[in-house]
Design a protein. Structure first.
Length: 472
């Protein structure tokens, strides 16, 4: 078995198949594993994530993958989410003592950045999601509808849209509301906030992202496989609709009984013969658009933030992560981590920043950080860097699922993995792991010994479990 691509999708497929008895050979063009969810080392020895990635308790398969590779202990989970608007009004979201779906009622009622009318309109839309088990009548209309249109149909106020729906969904789905399929937006609230009282709990890596994958290499190698870095696949040899080999530099070829292609969808066509590109499953990939994420990294000479993370409202900056607190003393061997503070800022769907000079982005974000964090106004910014991921994810635009291929292809021996394949999830780490598991299932099914790797969604609990049981 050859897996091409060492991102989450390829790693999930490789680990699952290695545990199933296959000899897995994984090839990754970069010198590290993790794909777009990884980190690298600066010249001064500090680790920088290419973009902050988080998980939620409702991401059951990502949790399973971390368990398989021994990374579960490297994730810190938090029960409380913090929000701050430019007027200094704070809000928190935390489960109280009530059962689902009322577990957030207390914190929602006290959420200062929202007016009473905002909250009333949000509650009405949430009730609609609850009544339909996350499948309102209009989400499956042909071609899909945008999340913004869905919200307008439910008469959401401007404050509710900008300070609640947009804040959560742009960060979760990396796309603006008018470009997001309503089905995915509703799924976020159904799975994370309504159906289960723990689904919203946010897990943040307590180590640089690359360190989450230390166990992947050993999980494959201990089963007789191998992981090859700096190995760039150039093309696939396909003859009579059967894949026979993958070609690398200097004419080197590697053969196997089966192949999983786990590269970004934008790279698939470069590896395929012209006649295979015309197959609809591959031709349709050109219809998938991409969305950007920008990460901004600040190092201050003193502590400026107490919270582990903070969501900003009505600003370009969406999230601030207190990496010093999250990492402890693990980042780059800093002798005295309390001497300064390292913050990472995240801006999803950052289209308007792609053409901006990096210094302009730093100046803009620094102004917003100093507005939000009074202690930062007196602190000195020691250094800063900006990382732009122009094609960080595929865009979950309305109707996008019709362009996403299955993991098993019409080419014998060729399988696909990637969050862009048909997983039922948007472009998330959970979706990537699901795609890898689905590809592994397809391989074993084709071999005649089917197995199940994909875990079901987090089960409904509280009053929601009774509701879904009675409405089934």
């Amino acid at each position: 078995m050859i897996v091409i691509g060492g991102g989450l999708a390829g790693l999930a497929a490789g680990v699952a198949l290695a545990e199933s008895g296959w000899r897995v050979r994984l090839f990754e063009q970069r010198p590290f594993l993790g794909g777009r969810a990884t980190s690298y080392v600066l010249p001064d020895g500090e680790h920088v994530d290419n973009c902050q990635h988080v998980t939620l308790a409702c991401c059951t398969n990502l949790d399973d993958f971390y368990r398989r590779v021994g990374a579960s202990g490297k994730i810190k989970f938090f029960d409380r989410l913090f929000f701050l608007d430019p007027q200094g009004r704070r809000g928190e979201m935390q489960a109280g003592f009530l059962p689902a779906p009322f577990h957030m009622t207390g914190s929602f009622a006290n959420f200062a950045p929202l007016s009473f009318i905002d909250k009333l309109s949000i509650a009405w839309a949430m009730l609609n999601i609850l009544q339909t088990n996350g499948r309102t009548w209009d989400v499956n209309q042909y071609g899909g509808i945008s999340m913004l249109e869905w919200l307008r149909r439910r008469h959401q106020t401007k404050g509710a849209i900008e300070r609640f729906w947009r804040v959560v969904l742009v960060s979760a789905l990396d796309e603006e509301l008018d470009k997001t399929d309503a089905r995915y937006g509703i799924d976020v609230f159904w799975k994370a906030f309504l159906s289960n009282r723990t689904g919203y709990r946010m897990g943040v890596p307590a180590v640089p992202l690359a360190q989450l994958y230390d166990g992947c290499k050993s999980a494959i190698e201990q089963k007789g496989g191998e992981v090859n870095l700096r190995a760039t696949a150039r093309s696939l040899r396909i003859e009579n609709d059967v894949i026979t080999a993958v070609q690398f530099d200097a004419g080197r070829e590697e053969r196997a009984d089966a192949f999983i292609l786990a590269v970004p969808h934008t790279a698939v066509a470069d590896l395929l013969p012209d006649e295979i590109k015309r197959i609809s499953a591959f031709r349709n990939l050109a219809m998938l658009k991409t969305a950007p994420i920008t990460g901004v990294h600040f190092w201050f000479d003193r502590e400026v933030m107490k919270e582990p993370f903070l969501t900003l409202l009505d600003t370009t900056t969406q999230w601030i992560f207190n990496k010093t607190a999250l990492y402890g003393a693990s980042n780059g061997g800093e002798e005295n981590p309390q001497k300064g503070q390292y913050l990472q800022l995240v801006i999803s769907a950052s289209y308007n920043l792609l053409q901006k000079p990096r210094q302009d982005i730093i100046d803009l974000c620094l102004k917003e950080v100093r507005q939000a964090l009074p202690a930062a106004r007196e602190a000195n910014l020691i250094k800063a860097t900006v990382i732009k991921e122009a094609a960080a994810t595929f865009s979950p635009e309305p109707g996008v699922d019709r362009w996403r291929p299955k993991q098993e292809t019409t080419v014998q021996g060729l399988f696909l993995a990637g969050d862009w394949t048909d997983t039922g999830w948007p472009a998330t780490m959970e979706g990537a792991v699901r795609s890898g598991y689905l590809a592994a299932e397809a391989v074993l099914r084709k071999e005649g010994r089917p197995a199940k790797f994909v875990l079901p969604d987090l089960a409904a609990d509280g009053l929601v479990s009774l509701w879904t049981r009675n409405s089934a």
